[in-house]
Design a protein around this ligand. Structure first.
Ligand code: MG
Ligand code: MG
Length: 363
């Protein structure tokens, strides 16, 4: 993008020359899409597949020279073995493509090989994606609520909306299974919007029924911020259901720090300016960057249940929770512990000065 079409073309030419020399006399190379190339590479009889792949990655990772500027490419590589089973070129390409797709989502590996297990996973994912597409139309989603509690008094201060998929034949599908698929397939946009709207409608119905539940919390995927218009969507849904912005809390996981962007930060600030509460979810599990933390307007930090569960057994966890408590204090944010499952854990947290909690102990 920075070097224009002409620069891109020159890079492609250099890349294809390198690919062609790797293919050698008996191999074949080609470009099959914008940034996708294919290479048919005969196995060298005296070398392992791994060493050949290593050499391939090494060669393609060497910088390209674009008018004196060294350009390095990030290579994603999926491959399939022809082996002893003859099959058409289309099939081989498709197999390599599936492996490549996996490498795009799991790029910490040096490459991904096609296998029967990968095929089965792909089929399952495709099937689940199709079913997920229909789930919204067929009204198969449900929102379950888990109360957030003031542990000293037992008073419910908010309720976290948890999305459940009630599949007609599979029963309840775990969000751990379908949320990643929704995120990969862009379905997270409409599903996230549905969840937000439904949670606000519930809060409205409870208020109308005279229940004084203060607030709902809704989990938000970072992908919902991609369009740049997420705050508008929130504003619209709040208006529709006549909910005050301070009655809504949006829970965002720590991956917010891994995908630093101005667009995201601007939207978070816009939401905060609207008086919507922002909550940092699953704290301590991922990408926390203390340096960035101060730039983000979080009202609440949620200590991940992984630290809370073993609180009584592990002194380390206790110290860590205490450190997070002080961190929250420095940021002027509230702190809430997730995953409280027993009275002794609740008591210990209270003694440590943690006021709010949620978990199976309560509901
Ligand atoms: Mg959450
Ligand atoms: Mg959580």
């Amino acid at each position: 993008d920075a070097y224009g079409y002409e620069g891109g073309d020159r890079l492609l030419i250099q890349f294809s020359q390198r690919l062609r020399s790797l293919a050698g006399e008996h191999g074949l190379s080609g470009r099959i899409g914008g940034d996708e190339c294919t290479l048919y590479l005969p196995l060298a009889p005296d070398r392992s597949t791994v060493s050949q792949l290593e050499q391939l990655v090494e060669a393609l990772s060497q910088p390209f020279d674009l008018n004196g500027v060294a350009i390095r490419l990030a290579i994603r590589l999926g491959y399939s073995h022809l082996g002893q089973t003859p099959r058409p070129a289309e099939t081989l390409l498709q197999e390599a493509e599936r492996a490549l797709f996996r490498h795009r989502t799991e790029s910490t590996l040096p490459w991904v090989a096609y296998s029967e297990a990968l095929e089965a996973e792909t089929q399952a994912r495709v099937g689940l994606t199709q079913a997920l597409r229909r789930a919204l139309e067929n009204d198969e989603f449900e929102v379950h609520f888990q109360p957030k509690v003031d542990m000293a008094t037992g008073r419910v201060i908010a309720a976290e909306a948890l999305l459940r998929w009630n599949h007609p034949t599979r029963g309840l599908v775990s969000p751990g299974v379908f949320i990643p698929i929704a995120e990969q397939s862009q379905l997270i946009g409409p599903i996230g919007e549905w969840t937000l709207r439904r949670a606000c409608q519930h809060l409205r119905a409870w208020s109308d029924a005279g229940l004084d539940l203060v607030r709902v919390a809704v989990n938000v995927s970072l992908i919902q911020f991609r369009s740049g218009h997420f705050p508008d969507q929130v504003r619209r849904i709040l208006d529709e259901s006549a909910i005050e912005p301070q009655q809504l809390s949006l829970e965002i996981t720590e991956s917010v720090f891994a995908r630093e962007s101005t667009l995201l930060l601007e939207q978070l600030r816009a939401l905060r300016a609207m008086n919507v509460r922002l909550s940092l979810d699953d704290f301590g599990t991922g990408y926390s960057s203390l340096l960035y933390l101060q730039h983000y307007p979080f009202d609440e930090i949620k200590i991940d249940q992984g630290f809370v569960a073993d609180l009584m057994q592990r002194n380390f966890n206790r110290n860590l929770i205490d450190a997070v408590r002080r961190l929250a204090q420095a940021l002027d944010a509230e702190i809430i512990a997730e995953g409280i499952e027993a009275a002794d854990v609740r008591d210990e947290l209270l003694a440590m000065g943690i006021q709010f909690g949620q978990g199976f102990y309560y509901s």
